[in-house]
Each structure stands twice: as structure tokens, then as C-alpha cells.
Design a protein around this ligand. Structure first.
Ligand code: SF4
Length: 329
């Protein structure tokens, strides 16, 4: 396709992969729960996925699956198929993959450097209220540590506005993120997408503020929360982002291992505090030129880490995991 090659320079990576479709969960707020939407769980041939990854010739790939961890045995076989490629990648997985340390180890051995995890809430009652089948928040800390033990960075996703959320939820959540040193987080205002069980419930109770779909974007309060005002919800959400990207928060989330602090700070500031740089890179189509060497450096370091991991006892905490900082996530 004309121009396709030059446009590749616009992206951090062009390797966007899909191995599965669907999710074993059906959370009330998720678009997968939309009335009439049939998304049976599907898995692609591992060899084909690995070949696509190899053919794109890039060091780093992103899996855009809803939940790459829905079928653990499939994920295990995918990891075994990806491992010989010696690349790095990230994916969204549900937290329950940490039930099985050997699976997280296989992910690391296959090049996984980062996961996106929907924690959603730190309150059990919130998870139950939207039928999210997930490990208990009281066990989140231990499970985050399992990823960190295998050198896998965690980008946590949190939702605000559940019925048991009060105005204290914002500080409580960011404090937890900092205590657990999550490398990154994304925040969302609970949004009742039309056709979902959440939409039906809020509509039936007369709690929807309007049906201006343009504002159903997870950044606006479009319903009346149970224990705070819509304004408090929007302000708390915005405050969380300001706090997460503050110097104080970046510093609080630094890795426990002092050897990793400098690379972590460099990556954090490049990613989170350098909008001027990103605007210039995108404008002059230099994203790949500038970023690719950093990603390649990460890949090579990760190969060294994988060699150590492969020789460590299966359930031993691998040396070097804590000082691994990825340029890929
Ligand atoms: S676990 Fe995530 S992908 Fe699966 S149904 Fe829930 S929100 Fe959707």
C-alpha cells in the first residue's frame, strides 16, 4: 500500500496482535455484556500468531485481546510459541492468571514485560455488585507482587462511581497504587453503555442524567452516583490523574531495588511528563526513530533476564526481576 512504509515511523510499534476474542467474565459494565452481542470465546492458531509477530520485524508487540488470560492453557501454549522469537510484548490479562505462578513465569520467559489489569475497585462489594468474578481486593497486593517478581510491569485500571464508592475512594485508590508501586494506572468513570445490565439498572432507577452518547466516554459522570455528587465524581477522577502524574507520585512508585530507580525515573519522565517531546516526535514522524533503540535495548536486557529466569528453580524469585524497567509499556 502506498505510504504504508513511511507511516510505520509514526508508531512506537506497528505490531498490534490479536490471539483471542472474548472473555470468560461478563461484567455488568463491559461492552461484552451488551444485549444481543454474541462474542463466543475464540482462540487463534498459536503458530499463525507467532508468525505474524515475527513477520512484522519489530522488537515489541501489543496484544489487543479483551483478556489474553481467559484460557490459561491457551495462554501457556501461546507463550511457548512466542518464546523462540526473543521479542517483548504486553497484553491485558485478568488478575486471576496469578493463581498459577508457573504461568506468569512462562509469560516472562516468552517476553511479557507488561500487563494491563482491570482491578476496577478496591472494595469487594463493588465487584460483586457488577458481577465481576475476580480475586478479592484483599489479595491484590500479593498478586501484583507475583507479576513484579517476574519482571512484569503492571498498568492497573480502576473505575470510580460504583454504588459503594464515597468521596474517599480517590485518595484511597491512588494511595494503594503508590504503596504497591504500580508502574502506571488508568482511571475511568463508571459508564453505563447502552444495552448493558448496568445501563438497564440505572435507567430503571431513573439515575441516568442524560443520553448524550458523546459524553459516555468514561471521562464524564452520566448518572447519579449513590454516595457522592456527579461533580464530585468528575473532580475526583481528574484529581487522580493529576496526582498520579505528579513528581511526588512518580517518586513514591519507584522500584524497591535502588538499581532500577534511575531507569524507572528516566522512563517515567519520558512517557508521562514529556508531552512537548511526544508532540514534536509525532509531528516530525520520528516516534519510531527515537523510540525504537530504547525498545531494542529493553529487549536485549530482557533476554538476559530470561536466561537467568530459565535457569532459576521454577518457583524461585528470579534475580534481576526487580531491576527490570521496560521501555515497551
Ligand atoms: S474481565 Fe474485563 S474484558 Fe472481561 S467482561 Fe470484565 S471488563 Fe470485560
Amino acid at each position: 500500500m502506498p505510504g504504508a512504509d513511511s507511516s510505520r515511523g509514526l508508531f512506537l510499534t506497528t505490531t498490534s496482535l490479536i490471539a483471542t476474542r472474548g472473555c470468560h467474565n461478563r461484567c455488568d459494565f463491559c461492552y461484552l455484556s451488551t444485549d444481543g452481542l454474541r462474542v463466543p470465546y475464540q482462540r487463534r492458531d498459536v503458530t499463525q500468531v507467532a508468525a505474524e509477530f515475527a513477520d512484522d520485524g519489530q522488537p515489541y508487540g501489543v496484544f489487543t485481546d479483551n483478556n489474553l488470560g481467559s484460557d490459561r492453557e491457551y495462554l501457556r501454549s501461546l507463550c511457548r510459541g512466542l518464546r523462540p522469537l526473543e521479542k517483548i510484548w504486553s497484553a491485558a490479562v485478568s488478575l486471576d492468571v496469578t493463581d498459577d505462578h508457573s504461568l506468569v513465569r512462562e509469560m516472562a520467559l516468552a517476553g511479557c514485560t507488561g500487563v494491563f489489569v482491570g482491578f476496577e475497585s478496591l472494595r469487594d462489594e463493588n465487584l460483586r455488585s457488577v458481577h465481576k468474578r475476580s480475586p478479592s481486593p484483599s489479595d491484590y497486593t500479593r498478586r501484583v507482587q507475583v507479576f513484579h517478581d517476574y519482571g512484569i510491569q503492571v498498568n492497573g485500571s480502576f473505575v470510580f462511581g460504583f454504588d459503594h464508592d464515597t468521596s474517599g475512594v480517590f485518595a484511597e485508590t491512588v494511595d494503594w497504587i503508590e504503596q504497591n508501586r504500580l508502574e502506571c494506572a488508568t482511571f475511568h468513570i463508571l459508564t453505563p453503555y447502552p444495552g448493558t445490565p448496568l445501563f438497564r439498572k440505572l435507567d430503571a432507577k431513573g439515575r441516568l442524567l442524560h443520553k448524550n452518547w458523546d459524553l459516555y466516554d468514561t471521562a464524564h459522570a452520566v448518572f447519579r452516583p449513590e454516595r457522592m455528587t456527579p461533580e464530585e465524581l468528575e473532580q475526583g477522577y481528574a484529581w487522580c490523574y493529576r496526582r498520579l502524574f505528579s513528581h511526588t507520585s512518580v517518586w513514591r512508585r519507584r522500584p524497591a531495588d535502588v538499581r532500577a530507580v534511575l531507569p524507572y525515573l528516566a522512563m517515567s519522565y519520558l512517557y508521562k511528563k514529556s508531552n512537548f517531546l511526544w508532540h514534536a516526535l509525532i509531528r516530525y514522524r520520528l516516534t519510531a526513530t527515537v523510540w525504537r533503540p530504547l525498545v531494542e535495548w529493553t529487549r536485549r536486557r530482557h533476554l538476559g533476564f530470561r536466561r537467568q529466569l530459565a535457569t532459576a528453580a521454577t518457583f524461585a524469585r528470579p534475580a534481576g526481576a526487580a531491576d527490570f524497567v521496560s521501555a515497551g509499556v
